[in-house]
Design a protein around this ligand. Structure first.
Ligand code: BTN
Length: 268
């Protein structure tokens, strides 16, 4: 692994232009999971915009209950608390701002990212980051939402391969792509700034601009995919994202499905 600078709240703050995101930042060395830590803070009344960062995670969590490989000192592990005035049914669209913010931060490095539903950020066919969004429902509304992202910045691809096995072949890091060490503080600030901007867009204009921006970065539209669910799965073609953030897929028998949580594998 490369020797890279430590994360620093001061270095992030110097670059932070966000109105809300980052008004309180906690930075830890190695913790279990930034999402888990922020959940505790949220339950204790932490304000919207609170951020938890960690150099490394011992129990980083990904989607579908998978672990998230979280070596210390090389990547970004960041969770942000929102308390949006939001119906539970709109949480899916709101959560897309994590992928949009991440894709924008990647683009700032001069790299062209795409998003694989819902929030995997890819460069080419390889994943560089993803998000785990967790919400606390209150009736049919949301009390809070935590948007946690993990981004492979400077991790060595060999370490990814060793930790992830075969699926490590479909992951990479931004330093591998750019051929340069990524400044983690600058990347963290860039992500937080973009995330804040997308949250303002959602707050002021609603779901439509979020969906439109997301569609521009979508890698799945029109592609043949396998939807892995329980029980079983099916193959089909992606029609696109719907207004609630679900993915429309038409299976090989012509039946329409709305995917809300299952895993998608690109077939061609
Ligand atoms: C995925 O693609 O499966 C989502 C990965 C999300 C990982 C991040 S790392 C920071 C935050 N804390 C966690 O435990 N998970 C998210």
């Amino acid at each position: 692994m490369l020797a890279v600078d430590s994360l620093s709240i001061e270095a992030i703050r110097r670059r932070l232009t966000a109105a809300t995101v980052g008004r309180q930042i906690y930075l830890f060395g190695q913790i279990d999971s930034t999402n888990a830590r922020l959940k505790t803070l949220a339950r204790g009344g932490a304000r919207e915009g609170t951020v938890v960062l960690a150099e490394g995670q011992t129990a980083g969590r990904g989607r579908h209950g998978r672990p998230w490989f979280s070596p210390s000192g090389v990547n970004l592990y960041a969770s942000v608390l929102f308390r949006p005035a939001l119906r539970l049914k709109d949480a899916g669209v709101f959560s897309l701002i994590a992928g949009l913010g991440l894709a924008d931060a990647v683009k700032d490095l001069g790299v062209s990212p795409s998003i694989k539903w819902p929030n995997d950020v890819l460069v080419g066919r390889k994943k560089v980051g993803g998000s785990l969004v967790e919400c606390a429902p209150r009736g049919d509304e949301i009390e809070w939402a935590i948007l946690g992202v993990g981004v492979n910045l400077n991790v060595d691809p060999a370490a990814l391969r060793e930790a992830l096995g075969e699926s490590g072949l479909f992951a990479t890091s931004l330093s591998t792509i750019t051929g340069q060490e990524i400044d983690r503080n600058a990347f963290a600030a860039s992500y937080l700034n973009h995330l804040d901007a997308w949250a303002r867009v959602f707050e002021t204009t609603g779901a439509e601009p979020i969906l439109a921006a997301w569609r521009q970065r979508d890698i799945l539209g029109g592609r043949r995919v396998e939807v892995r669910g329980s029980p079983g799965g099916y193959e089909g073609r992606v029609l696109g994202i719907d207004p609630s953030g679900g993915l429309h897929v038409r299976d090989t028998l012509g039946r329409a499905h709305t995917v809300t949580g299952e895993e998608i594998r690109i077939l061609d």
